[in-house]
Design a binder for this molecule. Sequence first.
Ligand code: NAP
Length: 481
Amino acid sequence: MSKLCLTLTEKTLKDCNNILKTNIHEIDLIELRVDFLNSNEQKNIKYFNTNIPVILTFRKVVDGGLYEGEEKYRKEILLEGIKCGNFDFVDLEEDLIAPKLESAAKEHNVKIIRSFHDFNGVPQNLGKKLLKIRRNLDEIPKAAVMINNTKDLLVFYKEALSIKDDNKILLGMGTFGFNTRILAAKIGSYLTFCSKEGVSAAPGHVSPSILNGIYRFREIKKDWLLIGIIGNPVMHTMSPGLHNDGYSKLGLDAVYIPFETDDLQSFLELANLLELKGFSVTVPFKNDIIPLLDNVTNGVKEIGACNTVIKIDKMWVGENTDSLGFINPLLEKYGTLKEKKVTVIGAGGAAKSALYELKKEGAKVLLLNRTMSKAEELSKQFNTLFAKLDINSINKIKEFSDVVIQTTNVGMHPLENINPLDFFNFTGKEFLYDIIYTPKETLFLKSGVVNGCKTLNGWQMLLEQGYRQFKLFTGYEYPME
Ligand code: NAP
């Protein structure tokens, strides 16, 4: 298990203490960032007395901190901190020449964390470099490197897993590297860092309550089963909460983690390296993942979109749980769709699942999309009418308006202020279904609600497709209670 360290970036020691009090039950140690303190407070760190292990850090701007002053002053403050007995660790950068600090640390039993930061990317020789920066075997080497893309992430994990020694601190910064913080135990990192609620002291920091509440950070062990979700963007997804809650309720040693992805081939290599049991697939990869898999179910073949990948007998097999996840809530809330006239907005992966089920239910469908070629392609696949998503299609929409279904990502962050059907006025008789679940009510749904339409958002779909994925990943039914 790795430890969770809260980085304190307040201006006063009193505020640092208050933040510590609020978070004390969720963390194992804290890092006092002297560079964030007011200059008069910096001289008072000897009064910062806590009952939890503390790392003393005074970071320069070049290493991602705030301090720009004289090196002499920084060393004086660090020396005072080491001598005062309030600190268990001191962070000294790899290029800091300070024999006085080193001998004082030895004398006062303060462990040295020898650190380096790379804000450009992952050095190819990260593993070797990390072990080389130690001045003696008592030091804990630390590397924080920026993960700019999936290729970087792959190099990071290859290097991290090549170091068998767990006496190290290793993490990837940025959104692509967020999973490296959750998987600290997997890569044998002594700790990972986090920030108070609503603040990111470094790129990718989240709060202790996210790491513990959603990812069970302080329980994860090296041998836990790993399941992922790929997308771009992916950090907004609520799937980790859903899946991890289920694992927790069933007492399964498993964790579900987001992987922001920009290169599917590299991700599959990474998934093999990390021995993922499976992964969910979200925007924009539901189509592109299919040719890279070893096998897909008939459902995936017919729909042409895959939202679930499972490792079976060393092969990656694609499934689709979106289609039933999509249709069941609609049937439950609206009733039969036989002979109903339905407009579907969007021609992406989710639209394919929708069209597949709507046709099975006997609905008559008009497909609208921004890009006509995609609408035409899907209309051939599912034998529907199609038109451009613009004002010229108003009459056709009126004709196909028993149910109007929104399946694009327009309405979701960062497009939350757009209604893809803003040129259309509802009469109140239409039933509107938006498969987006954040926000709960998109502008598209709002435009119907104000005219008296009944509506459904994507929350129930998220749950239903997730429950099915849960069964495929773990073999267990989702614990509903
Ligand atoms: P996708 O394959 O990337 O397709 C995106 C669709 O959105 C395409 O039709 C695209 O049109 C359209 N689009 C994107 N930007 C647009 C814009 N500015 N104006 C008009 N149309 C635009 O994505 P997907 O996998 O189908 O997912 C779409 C949405 O469904 C996402 O918001 C996702 O979160 C949601 N979803 C929800 C659930 C759930 O469980 N509730 C499950 C799956 C998906 P073009 O063809 O013109 O590019």
